[in-house]
Write a protein that binds this ligand. Structure first.
Ligand code: HEM
Ligand SMILES: N[C@@H](CC(=O)c1ccccc1NC=O)C(=O)O
Length: 282
């Protein structure tokens, strides 16, 4: 067993004056200078709250980046690279979900010490989260109203609203492969939320009946189910964390709080992918 310090390596670079360094490449001045607790006097636990949100937003940035790339790949029949990107998104969603354990250490007593400083700000105003919902197909034009204070965010969301969702792109690809995806689904108004389309079930039944014949589509369907499940688990842990921190009271954003968040657990992005399972098992 070694002990003490590691031996000095003469080649290790120590003087980076005038050169790119770790901190300058990562803009750590900006990143680590961006935590500004508002409680006065500063409450010890507000930093946890800020770091948890900022790290979530950074991961959401990557999720959006990867989902957009996957949409573009699908539009160009690049199913393989799209699946590669979605696999990465799944891991990020797991990190985001596991991260709730850190914030769950925030007790109601601690949160009460700085919640007042948050005013009417809330997760409703997370435009990246909303954009991810839109890309996954849960479109809702009314959500743009939350961004009157931030035209940049509103424009980004309008773009996500008007673009075909990931699922739209997938179904278009499936149709180009020659499977009979209903025409009205291919020409649907993509600014609206996708609603269950029973006409898609025969197509999915065919894929699940003979996976060997449609292997990459079959894999893609399962990848989408993974994605949906990962997203739902994030929503569930948000709900459980909110439940233990603020209980049944209203949210700072004006909603009923836990009751409102619970309703989101019934939303599904890819209803046909769940519906087809009962038919395959039958
Ligand atoms: C103690 C911590 C938290 C509490 C008590 C809390 C509470 C709430 C509540 C009550 C809502 C409903 C809107 C409202 O009326 O305010 C909400 C929405 C939301 N929160 Fe949180 N939240 C917490 C942490 C987080 C974190 C860490 C994130 C990560 C980004 C987050 C993201 C969101 C999002 C995206 C929504 C909108 C959900 C939707 O529209 O379905 N929240 N939160
Ligand atoms: N809606 C939360 C406040 C909240 O969580 C929040 C406030 C400001 C920035 C982000 C937040 N997180 C998610 O909703 C509450 O009702 O306590």
């Amino acid at each position: 067993m070694g002990e003490g310090t590691r031996p000095v390596e003469p080649g290790v670079v120590r003087d980076l004056r005038g050169e790119l360094s770790y901190g300058s490449y990562l803009h750590l001045d900006a990143v680590l200078g961006a935590q500004a607790p508002l409680s006065d006097p500063p409450h010890h636990d507000e930093l946890l709250f800020i770091v948890q949100h900022q790290t979530s937003e950074l991961w959401l940035k990557l999720v959006l980046h990867e989902l957009r790339a996957a949409q573009d790949h699908l539009a160009r029949d690049g199913l393989r690279p799209a699946l590669k990107g979605l696999a990465r998104v799944k891991h990020v969603l797991r990190v985001l979900t596991d991260q709730w354990a850190v914030l769950a250490t925030l007790t109601p007593s601690e949160y009460a010490g700085f919640r007042g400083a948050l005013g009417r700000s809330s997760g409703f105003q997370s435009y990246q989260y909303r954009a991810v919902e839109f890309v996954l197909g849960n479109k809702d034009a009314a959500m743009l109203e939350h961004f009157a204070h931030d035209p940049g965010a509103r424009d980004l969301l309008r773009d996500a609203l008007e673009r075909p969702s990931l699922y739209d792109e997938f179904l278009r690809l499936v149709a180009r492969r020659g499977l009979p995806v209903p025409d009205d689904l291919l020409r649907r108004d993509v600014t609206r939320a996708h609603v269950m389309a029973p006409g898609l079930l025969p197509v999915l039944r065919e894929v699940y009946r003979d996976p060997g014949r449609h292997w990459d589509l079959y894999e893609a369907c399962e990848e989408l189910v993974d994605l949906e499940e990962g997203f739902q688990l994030w929503r569930f842990r948000h709900l459980k964390t909110v439940e233990r921190v603020i209980g049944s009271g209203p949210g700072t954003g004006g909603s009923s709080g836990v009751r409102f968040l619970r309703a989101a657990l019934d939303l599904t992005f890819f209803p046909e992918l769940y519906a087809v399972r009962a038919e395959v098992i039958r």
